[in-house]
Structures are given as structure tokens and as C-alpha cells.
Design a protein. Structure first.
Length: 265
């Protein structure tokens, strides 16, 4: 048995093609918006998620500058104020264009079964225990469990017995014998995973757009959520507050719960 801690690793984020953006803005007369980038008002190196959300919002109303839309006589030039208004007015569709990809490492299948319930706005690829044979059993224990000596003694014994059974099965089926075909290995490995606990650590690649992230962070850090998933989404929330502070800066954290100022965006 190997004691592990669930980890969240951000592996991909939005990237704007500013040359293509400039070509479009020249076509519609919105060059002034991109001039803010040249002045440093928009951070093209670090702020692509927020720039993309603002770009999508301004396209909706043709609000690059006053006069392009006769109904728009004034435009917000401060990005934080602009995006705050997006959140306050629940214009959530513009947040769907910016997606982030995370590796959820050493997260249990207990937690992944909960994560995969969130389908809109996400993409999921999970480590397959039909193909990946288990030897060590990565397992996370919450702090309160680690402090219970008798619980840890008994839990460790159970996990070590399950590990030993995995090794015995592999030997019994001759999975490492020369000439054993991959199809046979897959078939038997699929059977062997049935004897792995739900709490075994696994891996998930999880992609979600900002609108979905705001919803799942609130839902999965709620005090009523499962303990491990609260830990995982608290880590996701911390990353997103750094990545897009204007879109995640409205949250208040109370005892691990991330509570947004604006809901159901």
C-alpha cells in the first residue's frame, strides 16, 4: 500500500491568436480594443482567459467602442469592471469559450464517480484499470483517519491483503509469462480490478470551461460534498483564482467552502 495525496495539475489553458483577433477587429472597426493590449491595459501574456471572455462579450453587443452599435453610447474600458458586470448579469455563455485542462492525480474512484456526473462543458479521460494492472494500491487517508491508530492498523492490513491477492492473481494467470497475448492480459486484468477498493488512487484528465468551473467549484466545495472531492476542487479553485482573478475573485472561502458573490452564471 502506498499513502498518497490527491493532486491537481493544470496542464493546458486558453491561448488567443492576437493576429487573427486584430484582423477581425479591423473588419468590424474595433481596433481600439486591441490598442488597449499595446498600452498594457490587457495582458496578452498572462490574461488570455479573461481577454477571451471579454472579446466574446463585446462581440455580442458590438461594444468595442462607442458608436459601432447605435444603442451603445458608453463602454467599460476597465476589464475587471467589465467582467464583473458579465458575472453580475449572468451572461454565462461568454465564459464557455475559455477551457482549462487538469490532471487529477491519485484521486480515488469514489471521487471520479462524482466528477463524471458533471457532463456539460467538460471532457474526461480516465486511467483504465481494464488495461492498467494494479500492484501497489495508492490510497488516500484523511487526516482524522490517520490519527486513529487502530483504524490505520486494520485498514493497512486489508489493503496489503488485497495487494497480495493482485500479485497472486497475476502469477496464477501467468500474465508475465513469455508468450501471453495482450488480449489475455486485458481480459484477466479486467477481472482483477474487481478486487481493488473504490478508494484506490487513479488518474483523470479533466477539461472544463469557466462557466462549468464556477458551478462545480461551488457545488463540490460545499460542506455537504464528499470529503476528498472538496479537497480536490478546493485546489482547482485556488489555481483558477490565480489564472483568472477577474472571473474567480468574487468567491469568499468559509471553512473550505467557496461561495460566489454571483451564482448560476
Amino acid at each position: 500500500m502506498k499513502n498518497v495525496e490527491p493532486e491537481v495539475i493544470l496542464v493546458a489553458r486558453p491561448q488567443l491568436d492576437y493576429d487573427a483577433v486584430a484582423a477581425y477587429l479591423h473588419e468590424v472597426g474595433g481596433e481600439g480594443w486591441l490598442e488597449r493590449l499595446d498600452r498594457g491595459d490587457l495582458d496578452g501574456a498572462a490574461n488570455d482567459p479573461q481577454n477571451l471572455a471579454e472579446f466574446a462579450g463585446r462581440l455580442c453587443y458590438r461594444s468595442w467602442e462607442p458608436g459601432l452599435n447605435p444603442n451603445v453610447s458608453r463602454v467599460r474600458t476597465d476589464q475587471v469592471a467589465y467582467l464583473e458586470n458579465i458575472l453580475a448579469s449572468a451572461h454565462g455563455s461568454v465564459l464557455e469559450h475559455a477551457s482549462f485542462t487538469f490532471v487529477l492525480h491519485n484521486i480515488s474512484r469514489v471521487a471520479t464517480h462524482e466528477v463524471v456526473r458533471h457532463r456539460p462543458g467538460v471532457a474526461i479521460s480516465q486511467e483504465s484499470l481494464r488495461y492498467v494492472r494494479l500492484a501497489d494500491l495508492p490510497f488516500w487517508f484523511p487526516e482524522w483517519a490517520r490519527q486513529d491508530a487502530e483504524l490505520m492498523k486494520r485498514a493497512t492490513a486489508v489493503l496489503e491483503q488485497l495487494e497480495e491477492f493482485q500479485r497472486w492473481l497475476a502469477e496464477h494467470f501467468g500474465l508475465d509469462d513469455e508468450g501471453t497475448k495482450f488480449h489475455e492480459k486485458k481480459h484477466k486484468t479486467s477481472f482483477m480490478r474487481r478486487f481493488a477498493p473504490e478508494g484506490v488512487g487513479t488518474g483523470l484528465v479533466w477539461t472544463a470551461n469557466i462557466r462549468t468551473l464556477r458551478h462545480t467549484i461551488e457545488a463540490r466545495t460545499d460542506p455537504g460534498a464528499e470529503e476528498e472531492i472538496r479537497l480536490v476542487f478546493g485546489k482547482i479553485a485556488e489555481l483558477m483564482r490565480v489564472e483568472a482573478p477577474a472571473l474567480f475573485g468574487d468567491y469568499v472561502v468559509e471553512e473550505g467552502a467557496w461561495i460566489p458573490k454571483w451564482r448560476k452564471v
